[in-house]
Design a protein around this ligand. Structure first.
Ligand code: MSP
Length: 479
């Protein structure tokens, strides 16, 4: 009998430490956390990885600006990320930093294998480089001579570099994507990647002569490793690529790389081609979600509209922020968020919706059943579609289903008026309350990957032998 549990390896991008976490980076990490929790519920052996990208000119420039020594700077920012995930009840199994020894050794081995594969050659590079993106840019990707993503003029670079024969991988990548051996979600992103491949792939430079704070190439100390290749490899280095082959074989290939749509070419073209070159399996799936705007505008430091998920969690509670981010915008699409919208959802969906249902049911149970929960009842609503939606990363769809059940239950209470009915038909009231209790319990189970603390509070209250009136409402109204 095979007692080995199914494994589930899920990752987020590793974030640049030139900035503290914002709701964009929080969003990706939260989605991965929800999936990790869902799969843990199934008893799978889950490995949820996140971390920070600490090498390269972008980070070095930020440290300079802050007047800090680079190591101090990256330590400080990596800690900010780790702390932020804590505050959002995000619980990764591992947090990798590209300045860690385990990563550096794995990247060295990776580059040695890449060179041995015969897919690298020396050549001259001349072209634009955007430090904001840490990426080379074609003339056609610039708008009025500046990188539209970072609003800054790229540098013209002319240097001798090592190149990777990406162009050779076009047809094999195409086949693996078309046949869904390597899956890309949502469909629009898959098509975007395929059309990009169809335009023809060019070889890419994988080393730099002028980059700051980057790893030297193992065989050519004049050159540093292009940061994006160093970063992509975190997915392998974290699970023991260099140090623990058994662990690596257990978790690789990744089941899901969750990313934002901005870094799709790196994850859906360059990354699989590199893995093919060194003879490793491809990740099973990449999911690229959309981008948040804030009040209709791009979120940026200079506009001063960056939303800080930690500050929001302090004010509204971490579960409320988690609910809002996943409910407000269908995963995969772009969408607009604001604190105003969060407050509206908090009051309408959480305080008046779920919070109200919970306090009504538990109060009436205490009053009319004398706290006696009796035998378990079957929930009057079937919520099985919720898990299906969550497993397909349709978080908002799943949450809508739960909130339909909440609205139904609140209306049922309004209509049946147990406080009057109890005078004439106490048995009916008992049945009603027990069945609503069963529904609430099921809601808590289904909701727990998204709102773990709230789910625990509900479950704890309903699991007691005698129901006790909760001391605090789940979501006190916010004016
Ligand atoms: N270091 C690279 C990733 C390397 S992964 C091998 C990087 N880092 S980043 O700090 O710039 O993070 C980019 C990611 O942050 C996006 O892919 C996305 O997950 C998230 N987001 C950044 N801004 C965002 C929004 N405005 N909206 C939603 N997500 C956003 O790229």
């Amino acid at each position: 009998m095979n007692l080995e549990r199914n494994k589930f390896y899920i990752t987020t991008p590793i974030y640049y430490v030139n900035d503290k976490p914002h709701i964009g980076t929080g969003y990706t990490t939260l989605a991965a956390d929800v999936l990790a929790r869902l799969h843990r519920q199934l008893g799978e052996d889950v490995y949820f990885l996140t971390g920070t990208a600490e090498h390269g000119s972008k980070v070095a420039e930020s440290a300079e600006k802050a007047g800090l020594n680079i190591q101090e700077f990256v330590d400080e920012y990596a800690a900010k990320f780790s702390l932020a995930w804590d505050e959002l009840t995000i619980a990764p199994d591992d947090f990798i930093r590209t300045t860690e020894e385990r990563h550096i050794r794995a990247v060295n081995l990776f580059f040695t294998k890449l060179k041995d594969s015969g897919k690298l050659y020396e050549g001259d590079y001349e072209g634009w480089y955007c430090v904001g993106c840490e990426s080379f840019k074609k003339e056609s990707e610039l708008v009025n001579g500046v990188c539209p993503l970072h609003n800054r003029k790229p540098e013209w670079i002319k240097e001798r570099n090592w190149f990777f024969k990406l162009s050779e991988f076009a047809s094999i990548l195409k086949e693996k994507i078309e046949t869904d051996e390597f899956r890309i979600f949502p469909l629009a992103r898959k098509n975007e990647v395929l059309s990009f491949i169809n335009q023809g792939l060019e070889d890419i430079a994988v080393s730099r002569r002028t980059a700051k704070f980057a790893m030297p190439l193992p065989w050519d100390k004049e050159q540093t490793i292009y940061v994006w290749l160093d970063e992509l490899f975190n997915y392998c280095s974290a699970i023991g690529y260099e140090s623990d082959r058994k662990k690596f074989d257990k978790y690789w290939p990744a089941d899901f790389h969750i990313i934002g749509k901005d870094i799709i070419k790196f994850h859906c073209i360059i990354w699989p081609a590199l893995l093919l070159a060194i003879g490793e399996q491809l990740p099973r799936a990449v999911y690229a979600h959309g981008f948040f705007t804030v009040n209709g505008q791009k979120m940026s430091k200079s506009l001063g509209n960056v939303m800080d998920p930690v500050a929001l969690a302090h004010q509204y509670g971490s579960d409320a922020v988690r609910y809002f981010l996943l409910r407000e915008v269908p995963f995969g699409q772009d969408g607009d968020v604001s604190e105003e919208k969060l407050k509206e959802r908090y009051n309408a969906d959480l305080a008046n919706g779920l919070g109200n249902l919970f306090s009504r049911v538990t109060n009436m149970m205490e009053k009319y059943l004398d706290g006696d929960l009796g035998d378990a009842r079957v929930s009057p609503k079937d919520l099985s579609e919720v898990s299906e939606a969550f497993h397909s990363l349709n978080f908002s769809e799943g949450l809508v289903k739960i909130w339909e059940a909440i609205a139904w239950a609140n209306q049922l209470i309004d209509k049946s008026k147990p406080w009057e009915l109890v005078k004439t038909e106490p048995k009916k009231v008992k049945e009603l309350l027990l069945s609503l209790g069963a529904l609430l319990y099921d809601i808590a189970l289904k909701l727990s990957p998204v709102m773990p603390e709230t789910a625990n509070k509900i479950k704890t209250a309903l699991e007691q032998e005698k129901i006790m009136k909760p001391a605090q409402p789940l979501f006190p109204k916010i004016e």
